[in-house]
Ligand binder design. Structure first.
Ligand code: URA
Ligand code: SF4
Length: 250
C-alpha cells in the first residue's frame, strides 16, 4: 500500500497531474472491512493530500457516525486521485488512467463491503444504473457486497437529499452483518460444513436471467427475508424492477 501511495504522489499518467497541488491516494485501515470510494479530491483535499477533509468530508464523518463506523477503521479513497480543475467531473481518460491504483488498493485491502459515493464511483461497479434508482441498495459482485450511495456533497447542495442519504447510511450496519454472514457461509462451504444459520441468507428466486456485464460479475443474490417483506409494500415498483437485476435492499 505504501508503494501504491508513493507512486500516486508522483504519478503523471494523466493530465490531472499538471494542475494538482497534492495527489490524494486515500487513507484508513489497510485491512478495513468497509471501503468507501468517492469521486475525486476537491479544493481542500488537493491542499492537504487527504480524502474528504472539506465540507463533504464533514458530512461523510456524520454519516460514518450514523453507520456506527469510526473513520480510522474504514478505508477512504477516490476514483481519481488528483483534483479535476474547478471540481469538474473526472473525464473517462482520467478515470481509465487512474483505475489501476484503485484496482490494486481493492485487491490489497480486500474489503467485505465497497460503498460507492456518487455516480462516477457507482459506474465502475454498477454500470448502466442510475443513482436515483439504486441508492441505498446492494449487490454481490465478485463475492463482495457493493452498496451504492449518493455522494455526500449531493446532500450539501440539496437539503431534501441529506435525510435520504442519512437513512441510506443507517442501513449500512445491516449490510455489514449480511456481508459477514456471507463470509462465514463461504468459509463453511469450503470446509464442507453446513452453515450454522443457513436459513438467514436466502437465494432470491427469479425467473429472469442474471444480469452480468463485462466489468462486473454478479455471483449471488441474497436478501434478508424479514426485512424484504416490509420493504416490498413500500417499494413495489423498484422491487419488481430491480429484483431481476439482483439488487437487494434491507
Ligand atoms: N469529494 C470526493 O469525491 N472525494 C473527496 O475526497 C472529497 C470530496
Ligand atoms: Fe495519476 Fe490518477 Fe493523478 Fe491521473 S489522477 S495523474 S492517473 S494519480
Amino acid at each position: 500500500m505504501r508503494e501504491i501511495e508513493a507512486q500516486v504522489r508522483v504519478c503523471r499518467l494523466c493530465k490531472l497531474s499538471r494542475t494538482r497541488t497534492n495527489a490524494v491516494p486515500g487513507e484508513g485501515d489497510y485491512r478495513a472491512e468497509v471501503m468507501f470510494i468517492g469521486e475525486g479530491p476537491g479544493y481542500h483535499e488537493d491542499r492537504q493530500g487527504r480524502p474528504f477533509v472539506g465540507n463533504a468530508g464533514d458530512f461523510l464523518n456524520e454519516l460514518l457516525e450514523i453507520a456506527g463506523l469510526s473513520r480510522p477503521s474504514v478505508f477512504i479513497t477516490n476514483v481519481v486521485k488528483c483534483r479535476p480543475p474547478n471540481n469538474r467531473d473526472p473525464e473517462p481518460d482520467e478515470i481509465g488512467a487512474c483505475s489501476g491504483y484503485l484496482d490494486r488498493q481493492i485487491a490489497l485491502i480486500n474489503p467485505r463491503i465497497i460503498v460507492t459515493l456518487g455516480r462516477f464511483s457507482m459506474a465502475r461497479f454498477f454500470p448502466g444504473e442510475r443513482i436515483s434508482q439504486i441508492h441505498g441498495m446492494a449487490r454481490v459482485i465478485d463475492g463482495r457486497m457493493c452498496v451504492a450511495m449518493y455522494h455526500p456533497a449531493a446532500g450539501l447542495h440539496q437539503a431534501s437529499l441529506a435525510d435520504i442519504i442519512r437513512s441510506d447510511f443507517r442501513k449500512l450496519p445491516l449490510f455489514i452483518e449480511q456481508a459477514r454472514k456471507m463470509l462465514t457461509q463461504a468459509v463453511q462451504a469450503d470446509d464442507g460444513q453446513p452453515a450454522a444459520d443457513g436459513g438467514d441468507v436466502q437465494a432470491l428466486a427469479t425467473d429472469e436471467p442474471l444480469k452480468t456485464s463485462d466489468t462486473a460479475e454478479t455471483e449471488e443474490i441474497v436478501q434478508a427475508p424479514e426485512a424484504a417483506q416490509t420493504k416490498r409494500s413500500k417499494r413495489e415498483k423498484s422491487d419488481s424492477d430491480y429484483k431481476q437485476l439482483n439488487f437487494f435492499d434491507l
